[in-house]
Design a protein around this ligand. Structure first.
Ligand SMILES: *Cc1c(COP(=O)(O)O)cnc(C)c1O
Length: 357
């Protein structure tokens, strides 16, 4: 049986990681390879490491525990601020965590003391994107509180942009982050090791050599995986954009009208579907559906194919203008966006096939 597959070119992942690492290193910036986009599949993690990333980072404790269980002993940063209810695992398995709540940082410190260890904390600062982070005016007071805790060490400051508010990294907002680091040094006498200036969306500043001096770490997922930067809506020209391909098999191929026949109710997801009449078209059904992948996150490699829609288990595409003569049993290939990889990497119905590595 041939199931739908996610084909992963490990050489391309390694190449992308090496390219990002090289460009950042020249400007004194370390790179964390972010593994949450592909649910930390170990083969892909190894390819990132082979490309030379300085450490790993993931948003999910489940992924970090799994990475430790299969033997990865590199420093791993937890990227989603920890749950108060889960500090024990955070201290056990993650080397570093990003944080914004003093209550949680205190609990991490308590837990670390019990284990006779020290947990490292990056304090997240909200410079405007309005996802996680301490507001700038409260940073000194929070750092002061952290400095009195045994059990945790304040490694540095970090910020996240693009993900919620769509705020772009800039000389101004990253400069403010560096300034805050300077104030902490001058006013509290605390030397920070890390100023972590965001993810893939900061790479355009790296390219233009405009990252403010002092920013010395980035956390890169999307760029290494896809060679794209959604926040800045661009392809990154010096990275591969086809390390991942999704393939699904044609299970029906027929000429059908473009408008359904009969009274229209709701589709399987409660929406009233809309159709335009473009006459009879050749349609293929693929063995792939919403249960496997976020349909908006896949793009046919053949630009002449058009996705018409999907239900849980069926993807319907218009193949009338296909550049090849598609038959039942053939497979059709798709590129993926971030949401496409995020979902497809987790589907247990999609087999993962690796090339290279
Ligand atoms: C997901 C995430 C990243 C990685 O972002 P990319 O855009 O995929 O590079 C970096 N930092 C944090 C806090 C994240 O949650």
């Amino acid at each position: 049986m041939v199931s739908s597959s996610l084909d992963i070119d490990l050489d391309k992942i390694r190449y992308n990681a090496a390219q990002v690492k090289q460009m950042c290193q020249q400007q004194g910036i370390a790179v964390l390879g972010v593994t949450k986009g592909f649910s930390a599949i170990p083969e892909i993690v190894s390819a990132m490491l082979a490309g030379g990333v300085d450490g790993l980072a993931d948003a999910r404790m489940e992924n970090i525990v799994e990475l430790r269980n299969v033997g990865f002993d590199q420093p791993i940063t937890l990227l989603r601020i920890p749950r108060l209810s889960n500090v024990k695992n955070v201290v056990r398995y993650a080397t570093i965590s990003v944080n914004s709540e003093i209550t949680v940082i205190k609990a991490l410190a308590e837990e670390a003391k019990k284990l006779h260890t020290q947990h490292q904390v990056v304090l997240m600062i909200d410079v405007g994107d309005l996802r996680e982070g301490v507001m700038e005016e409260h940073v000194l007071e929070t750092v002061n509180q952290i400095s009195h805790l045994q059990g945790v060490k304040l490694l540095g400051l970090g910020t996240n942009m693009g993900c919620f508010g769509g705020v772009l990294p800039s000389i101004d907002n990253l400069g403010r982050l560096v300034e805050l680091g300077n104030s902490i040094q001058n006013q509290l006498g605390i030397q920070l090791e890390i100023i972590s200036g965001g993810g893939t969306s900061t790479l355009s500043l790296v390219e233009d050599q405009k990252v403010p001096a002092g920013v010395n770490q980035l956390r890169i997922g999307e760029g290494i995986l896809l060679g794209t930067d959604s926040t800045n809506q661009r392809r990154i020209p010096w990275l591969c954009d086809d390390a991942f391909l999704l393939r699904a098999e044609v299970i029906e191929l027929k000429d059908k009208p473009s408008v359904p026949i009969g009274d229209i109710g709701r589709d399987a997801f409660g929406k009233v579907p809309q159709f335009t009449d473009v006459g009879v078209r050749k349609r293929a059904i693929l063995a792939l559906g919403k249960q496997d992948v976020i349909i908006e996150g896949i793009i046919p490699v053949d630009e002449n194919l058009k996705i018409l829609g999907a239900s849980s288990d069926h993807l319907i595409i218009d193949v009338t203008d296909s550049s090849t003569n598609i038959q039942v049993g053939d497979s059709v290939s798709f590129r993926l966006t971030y949401s496409g990889i995020l979902s497809a990497s987790q589907s247990r119905y999609i087999s993962k096939k690796f090339r290279g590595g």
